[in-house]
Design a protein around this ligand. Structure first.
Ligand code: ATP
Ligand code: MG
Length: 428
């Protein structure tokens, strides 16, 4: 019978990869709280309607990427494809929309896409949402937060910030007409996807990866020229703030986001080191979303980054957090009575040395095979109990690493002195 395998595009993250994930998560946790952001943990499954209404019906995500199913009550549910919709839902439902409200989240997201490097069906995002402030100082803050994160992770040289303003809904409607009028004249030169989007979601054409379409867009009207006065002023102010903080950016007038809820500021951090999956972090302002979802109208700005892509980038940049050895102490025993002594001593040592990694040898075996495991565990010392030790009330301590081997070798200690001896040795 063939064995069961993981679902395509849903990867296991193995013990030799988790240190780099933990490194990223640890830095994020500390950094975000240093800016006053509190963590929110949200359900992975929500009502399908939540995503349809927030992300937008004619987006790639809602049209073709969602994992949607009926539960036993015949309700339509969806595995969350992103975090903002759920966060907004939770903020409304739990009356979190005080001003300002700074939140962050992390966890798995699900999209039915073609799996490839940096693109999975289950992937992980870390994101931030800041509610209640409509002025560009808040946009600057969330961007500064990401800029600092790259520095702390050691990848600041690998990413660049792309920035745009897409203005208000009304300005976009006017621009949309101008863009469609221009592109209609060149319909046959557009790629197939873009022809379809001409009626459904023309702004997404700006985002097309097709070289022919991009060339056509060189002559197209530019969204930035259509901004209303307030949006233009906010964009200028955001740029002043970023300049003052020394954060470099490129204005990309074709940057639009694949989700419908954005207005004004949109940004992406991109890298040239991950091939086609070059966007590591993306975000923007969404002042209409809370109201549209039934909450008291409240502005918001946020971003999400793909943790898999970030991890790939760290690896490409040669950032390798130290992988700690599995154990500090490895406990070996021979015979059932000795195993009782070893087990009890292990528990006492865990009381005495909180945080010390103490691994018990289970499953028996010869002295040679147990010592081989002890050595492979990376532990500094093995503690050995056999018949002789039990009779004499002692324990054998064996140095496993070259640095200790010469000075300590292997010695027998009274059981009662073990804690004290270890305390002295571990302090060295
Ligand atoms: P893309 O254009 O690469 O499909 P997107 O615009 O759909 O990205 P967002 O919805 O803005 O992505 O999500 C924010 C970030 O989450 C992305 O910039 C990326 O880093 C990450 N991300 C999105 N989809 C995936 C995926 N399927 N696998 C891995 N990471 C992803
Ligand atoms: Mg996508």
């Amino acid at each position: 019978m063939s064995s069961i395998r993981a679902i395509r595009g849903m990867n296991d993250i193995l013990p030799d990869e988790t240190p780099i994930w933990q490194f990223v998560e640890g830095v994020v946790h500390q950094l975000f709280s240093s800016y006053g952001y509190g963590q929110i943990r949200l359900p992975i499954v929500e009502q399908t309607e939540l995503f349809q209404r927030s992300i937008g019906e004619v987006t790639d995500i809602v049209e073709k990427e969602m994992y949607t199913f009926r539960d036993r009550n015949d309700d339509s549910l969806t595995l969350r494809p992103e975090g903002t919709a759920g966060c907004v839902r939770a903020a409304i439902q739990n009356s979190l929309l005080v001003t300002p409200q700074r939140l962050w989240y992390c966890g798995p997201m699900f999209r039915y896409e073609r799996p490839q490097k940096g693109r999975q069906r289950q992937f992980h995002q870390i994101g931030v949402e800041a509610f209640g402030i409509a002025t560009p100082d808040m946009d600057a803050e969330v961007i500064l937060l990401t800029a600092r994160l790259w520095k702390l992770l050691g990848v600041a040289d690998s990413v660049t910030l792309q920035l745009n303003s897409i203005g208000s809904l009304e300005a976009r409607a006017v621009y949309r007409e101008a863009l469609v009028a221009y592109l209609e004249q060149h319909r046959d030169a557009l790629d197939e996807d873009s022809q379809r989007r001409l009626t459904s979601n023309p702004l997404r054409i700006l985002d097309s990866k097709d070289a022919g379409t991009q060339a056509l867009l060189d002559g197209a009207p530019v969204l930035l020229d259509y901004l209303d006065e307030a949006a233009a002023a906010d964009f200028t102010r955001l740029r002043e703030l970023l300049d003052a903080a020394g954060v470099a950016y490129e204005i990309n007038p074709r940057l639009v986001r694949g989700l419908d809820y954005y207005n004004n500021t949109v940004f992406e951090w991109v890298t040239d080191q991950l091939g086609a999956q070059g966007t590591v972090c993306a975000g923007g302002r969404y002042d209409g979303l809370v109201g549209q979802m039934g909450g008291k109208p409240t502005p918001g700005v946020g971003f999400a980054m793909g943790v898999e892509r970030l991890v790939l980038l760290l690896e490409a940049a040669g950032v390798r957090p130290e992988i700690p050895a599995e154990a500090d102490l490895y406990l070996v025993s021979f015979g059932e009575p000795a195993q009782c002594a070893s087990l009890a001593a292990g528990e006492n040592l865990r009381d005495a040395f909180p945080g010390l990694r103490i691994v018990q040898h289970n499953g028996g075996g010869s002295f040679k095979s147990q010592m081989k495991k002890a050595d492979r565990s990376g532990a500094r010392f093995a503690l050995i109990w056999g018949e002789d030790e039990l009779a004499a009330g002692t324990v054998t301590l064996k140095a496993l690493r070259d640095t200790d081997k010469e000075s300590l070798g292997q010695q027998s200690l009274p059981q009662a002195e073990l804690e004290q001896t270890l305390r002295a040795l571990l302090a060295q």
